[in-house]
Design a protein around this ligand. Structure first.
Ligand code: BT5
Length: 253
């Protein structure tokens, strides 16, 4: 059932000892009619997921958090909120660890610590019959204590870098007010209001990167971020390609 905790920055907070996936639980709550502004987290997660059916390795002591929202926007704009989420996570991790500039954002949805993946964000949504957004689930996993040994790019944890673990609830308390803040900026100013802040914390901007898409791999310079969140890749031919979904490999990884 989950245990109710004191609300944080207007978010109702639910705690679970164990779940399959916090994103899945948030989806169940949405389907049961929960009105949103709900944040739920679990101590253990045994079926954590990443993008495109990939698994999220959910080590003991890490953060598994999902937020259920019912934003009044179309589905096309929901993805912009993954950038607001990444900004909030970056600010919260900086505040909770004092390691500010060593955290970077990796397009579209990763957080890096000293260049290694320390957190991932997964947005899932459902569209109503009218084509509008019925609900949005923002999931975030942070390697506070443990990280997997085998990943396609380097991974790390906060504990491995800081020498001590941060408690999940402390990070949640730092994160939720910042998430509310960046969502408010986004509601007021649109993606333009968060793009520069995202770019200022970005890894690989202006550098040569490799982008793996479903059916091809591209190389070029990460030249900017479009107003819909797409990554601009300047190819060697001089043409600029807008990438809306893919995996980025930075130099040296
Ligand atoms: C992500 O996917 O990075 C989004 C991960 C979101 C996880 C949270 S936890 C709370 C909530 N509930 C859920 O069920 N999910 C969310 P993606 O970009 O597809 O990255 C997944 C890939 O990263 C995997 O295929 C692995 O290669 C690698 N990976 C898996 N676990 C990892 C970990 N703990 N740390 C670093 N890399 C990992």
């Amino acid at each position: 059932p989950g245990f109710e905790r004191p609300a944080i920055a207007g978010w109702r907070v639910l705690h679970f000892p164990e779940l399959d996936s916090t994103n899945e639980e948030a989806r169940r709550r949405a389907q049961q009619g929960d009105e949103g502004d709900l944040a739920l987290y679990a101590d253990r997660q045994h079926a954590g997921r990443g993008r495109r059916g990939r698994a999220w390795v959910s080590g003991e002591g890490n953060l598994f958090l999902s937020c259920l929202l019912r934003p009044a926007v179309g589905p096309a704009r929901a993805a912009e909120l993954s950038f607001a989420t990444a900004l909030a996570a970056h600010d919260a991790l900086s505040a909770a660890t004092g390691l500010g500039p060593r955290f970077q954002l990796k397009w579209p949805n990763d957080l890096l610590l000293d260049g290694a993946k320390v957190a991932g964000i997964l947005l899932e949504s459902a569209t109503g019959r009218d084509g509008g957004l019925e609900f949005l689930v923002i999931g975030i996993g942070v390697n506070l204590a443990a990280f997997p040994a085998e990943t396609p790019y380097p991974a790390t944890s906060v504990a491995a870098t800081l020498g001590r673990a941060v408690a999940p609830l402390d990070l949640i308390a730092a994160f939720l007010p910042r998430l509310s803040h960046w969502i408010t900026v986004w509601e007021r100013e649109g993606f333009a209001g968060i793009r520069d802040a995202w770019a200022a914390r970005a890894a690989g901007l202006g550098e040569r990167i490799t982008v793996r898409l479903a059916h091809e791999t591209l190389e070029g310079v990460f030249s900017g971020l479009r107003l819909d969140g797409a990554l601009d890749l300047r190819l060697d031919s001089g043409a600029v390609r807008a990438v809306t979904a893919g995996d980025v490999f930075l130099p040296g990884t």
